[in-house]
Write a new protein. Structure first.
Length: 187
């Protein structure tokens, strides 16, 4: 089993063999990983719902596109704000640093007190969660590629192309995987 903190702040990129519709071709930012399990958010599933419909005060402060994102199948009635934290800066007290580059923002806070201290904000409905050993089993099954995250992964204005772009920037075999057809049986 990997070090408990080794996956925190990294990306899980669905392999072509992961055909389950909830996670097919997803890119997940892992916000926490430890002995009790893991928690992350799906970065490339924007909804059609504008943030203004659920959190109007945050609408002007979220990154483009200003949509609510489907963070995962767990807790769909919960909004979670994830921010990027610029290198060398200290976020405001309303931000809980999860990893070096990423944190969770208190969505009850005044956006004006948070926005100047972060690189960008994305709001998610729900999250992806794994119980003790569940993620490790999926990694052993090779359901996920684990790669480094960059702030632009969270804040991309083109989230629907993120799966291909993240794989392509890895080079080598993963760059080749980025060219696979949507239906893996066609490769």
């Amino acid at each position: 089993m990997p070090d408990d903190t080794a996956l925190r702040g990294r990306l899980l990129v669905a392999t072509p063999s992961l055909r389950e519709p909830t996670f097919h071709r997803t890119v997940i930012l892992l916000l926490d990983h430890g002995a009790a399990g893991a928690v992350g958010v799906v970065l490339n599933r924007p909804s059609t719902l504008d943030v203004a419909a659920v959190l109007p005060e945050w609408h002007a402060h979220v990154s483009e596109p200003p949509r609510l994102f489907h963070g995962g199948p767990v807790g769909l009635d919960t909004a979670m704000g994830v921010v990027t934290i610029p290198y060398g800066s200290d976020p405001s007290s309303e931000v809980d640093r999860m990893t070096g580059l990423f944190g969770l923002v208190d969505l009850d806070a005044a956006p004006e007190s948070v926005a100047p201290h972060v690189g960008g904000v994305r709001v998610f409905a729900g999250y992806a969660g794994w119980g003790d050993g569940q993620l490790e089993a999926e990694l052993a099954e090779r359901s996920w590629f684990v790669v480094d995250a960059v702030p632009d992964d969270l804040l991309t204005p083109q989230p629907t192309t993120l799966w291909r772009r993240v794989l392509r920037r890895q080079g080598g075999d993963l760059a080749i995987v980025s060219t696979f057809a949507e239906d893996a049986s066609l490769n």
